[in-house]
Design a protein. Structure first.
Length: 58
């Protein structure tokens, strides 16, 4: 039974990750990724900290 609920969770996490990455791509996809620094990622992460998907570990 635990394996089944784990599978559902995995599917949900995959779906949410895809939605988050798609939204990120639409908003920031035109920017040069080579210029992105860790501080940029921290800022983007912190902007989304209040959202439920922020709890998902990447």
């Amino acid at each position: 039974m635990a394996a089944l609920s784990s599978k559902r969770l995995d599917d949900r996490i995959k779906r949410v990750r895809r939605l988050v990455l798609d939204a990120f791509s639409k908003k920031h996809g035109d920017k040069p990724y080579r210029l992105m620094e860790p501080r940029h990622m921290r800022r983007l992460r912190d902007e989304k900290a209040d959202r439920p998907e922020a709890r998902i570990r990447w």
